[in-house]
Ligand binder design. Structure first.
Ligand code: AMP
Length: 585
């Protein structure tokens, strides 16, 4: 394929900021790309020569690029610099200088896509003496045979500044439109910038299939090849490869223990939530170990200590495990917050010293592949059993994450305290029966960072909502008790649900409060103090504008306390005591 074909697409993409139009441009283009060109096209469309998990870089700075343009165009470095200042973009400078030169020489050869790709890749592979000269030559060679627009994009790609607005989402959609249109019947209309599909459910099914294939490969070229040659089956049969990272499963957040159980079910596995950073560790059957962060950066070189622990203390010829690397104090052995070890991630020198000064312990919490077997669809419970079998317990080196199975809220609260006392952030709740879903925040595991303190408060007023909440009283003035009266302690609205099925809803609350309305003024209503609600919060703060003198930071309605009359709500004295105790701790 000629490089100019890709350049036309870059130009089309640059002409619009609309996501759907970009998707359309790419999908039409992909339909006609030959299999042999797919790898190059997919990477270059994203403005890169290596997949996102590959640590290789072109290592070309602006200085070196100036020199290459100088060699290719004969323009002095001084003049190039002046143009650069004017245009602010070396790609545009190369474009205009090549234009001038081409008019003079009228020499033209066609630049091949593969040639561009290969030269860019070679830039990353050069090492040692003479590297700078060799790199300059490789770029100059491309620029010499470029047309002006080609030069612009070559320069931008090499410098890593393409910025054509093509992210993973656009690529996924474009692939779906290109190769499954007979199934989804997507119609894009440019004028309205809108799409129509025959059946949303079917459409989503295909989008998910493309996404899942990408989540385990992190290479769109692999996804396209499978879709193009074997359709949906091809996507479903794509297997993860040990050595190539997969997107990690993400966690939703919950604010209460009840919400944790509601999301993952009972009984649940609860685990310490360590404050370190995620390491996905791969060992292939040759014994090679590679480590990747949550963003799939390869950090194998930065963590020789972790590589060693995995080699020594994890049984098995090949596997992929998921873990959290946590820093700890050399003196006290206590876990340290992430900031203390974050510098290790990017470090390029003095690595051995770093691992001694800032040691980490690996806390293994999942296994995704074992001895070549894909475990994504195994239940968490089974995956957990396996890690307990294969990870040797070596504190301060590598251990299984601290874990317990329970249905009991008191157990959770105790475990939470234990975790926080050990220097951790809180707990994770995990569903025992769930698969591992790469790249997704689907609620198979949730994080729980604070146990909220709660107060039982009386609703003394409310406000009608706006928009789709207009029929509901949606914000509530809450009060504590004092000497037979009620003193306001701010407002609460978070915690209630839009839909009845999801829990205590605005509609139910409105039904409870409406008969108690005493007076109305604009959107505000006064309510007879009768309904007591349990409200969680992060902190009590002083508030000169509220009659109690206090308000709650991040109040969250937990439940209606039907068992409590308004006289039994929390009183001002108690609020004051809580405020004082929080200042001490
Ligand atoms: P957050 O970064 O706040 O979204 O929380 C999710 C992160 O917690 C994960 O990506 C892991 O890096 C980390 N984590 C710590 N301990 C665990 C654990 N036991 N299980 C799963 N993830 C954990």
């Amino acid at each position: 394929m000629e490089y100019s074909k890709l350049v036309e697409i870059y130009e089309d993409l640059n002409k619009t900021t609309k996501r759907l139009e970009k998707t359309h441009v790419i999908s039409e283009f992909l339909k006609n790309v030959h299999l042999d060109d797919i790898e190059h096209v997919m990477l270059l469309l994203e403005g890169r020569a290596f997949p996102n998990y590959d640590p290789r870089e072109t290592g070309v700075a602006s200085r070196l690029m100036l020199k290459a343009i100088n060699i290719a165009t004969g323009t002095t470095v001084d003049k190039i610099e002046k143009e650069w200042k004017k245009k602010g973009d070396l790609g545009l400078v190369a474009e205009s200088l090549i234009k001038t030169k081409k008019q003079a020489t009228l020499h033209s050869t066609k630049l091949n896509l593969k040639k561009v790709f290969d030269n860019i890749r070679k830039l990353a592979e050069l090492e040692g003496q003479g590297t700078v000269d060799r790199k300059t030559q490789l770029i100059a060679e491309l620029l010499t045979s470029s047309k002006p627009l080609e030069a612009k994009y070559i320069v931008k790609t090499i410098l890593g500044v393409m910025r054509i607005g093509v992210g993973e989402g656009v690529m996924r959609d474009a692939i779906t439109w290109a190769f499954f249109n007979d199934k989804i019947g997507v119609k894009y209309t440019k004028e309205e910038n809108d799409i129509e599909v025959e059946d949303r459910e079917v459409y989503n099914k295909y989008l998910d299939a493309v996404q899942s294939a990408y989540d385990v490969t992190n290479e769109f070229s692999v996804v396209v090849k499978a879709a193009k040659t074997h359709g949906l089956k091809g996507l479903e049969n794509i297997e993860m490869k040990v050595g190539i990272p997969i997107q990690v499963m993400l966690a939703l957040k919950v604010d209460t223990v009840e919400e944790g159980f509601e999301t993952v079910g009972k009984p649940a596995a609860i685990e310490f939530k360590y404050d370190g950073f995620r390491i996905q560790a791969h060992k292939d059957h040759h014994g090679n170990i590679r480590l990747f962060t949550r963003r799939l950066e390869d950090v194998t070189k930065q963590f020789p200590d972790a590589v060693e622990f995995i080699k020594k203390y994890v049984k098995g010829k090949s596997f992929i495990i998921d873990s959290e690397a946590v820093g700890y104090s050399k003196k006290t052995g206590q876990y340290l917050p992430f900031q203390n070890i974050s510098q290790r991630i990017k470090r390029k020198y003095d690595i051995d010293k770093m691992s001694k000064d800032f040691p980490v312990e690996l806390n293994v919490f999942d296994v995704i592949n074992y001895q070549g077997k894909n475990l994504l669809n195994e239940e968490f419970e089974k995956r957990r059993k396996l890690i307990e079998k294969i990870v040797k317990h070596e504190p301060k080196k590598i251990v299984c994450s601290k874990n317990k199975t329970t249905s009991n809220s008191h157990d959770v609260e105790k475990f939470f305290k234990e975790s926080v006392n050990a220097g951790n952030e809180g707990l994770m709740f995990k569903s025992l029966k769930s698969p591992y879903k790469p790249g997704a925040r689907v609620g198979y595991m949730v994080k729980f960072k604070h146990i909220m303190d709660t107060l039982d408060l009386v609703i003394v007023g409310a406000e009608w909502g706006e928009g789709k909440r207009a029929r509901w009283l949606s914000s509530y003035h809450i009060a504590c008790v004092d000497q037979g009266g009620y003193l306001e302690i701010g407002k609460a609205s978070t915690g209630l649900k839009e839909k009845k099925e999801e829990g205590l809803s605005f509609e139910e609350m409105t039904k409870l409060l409406k008969p108690l309305i005493i007076s109305e003024k604009g959107k505000e209503v006064k309510i007879k103090p009768k309904i007591v609600i349990e409200v969680g919060y992060e902190e009590i703060q002083k508030s000169p504008t509220s009659s109690s003198g206090y308000s709650l930071r991040f109040p969250r309605i937990i439940q209606v306390r039907e068992d409590k009359g308004s006289r039994n709500a929390s009183n001002l004295l108690y609020v004051k005591e809580l405020y004082a105790s929080q200042k001490k701790s």
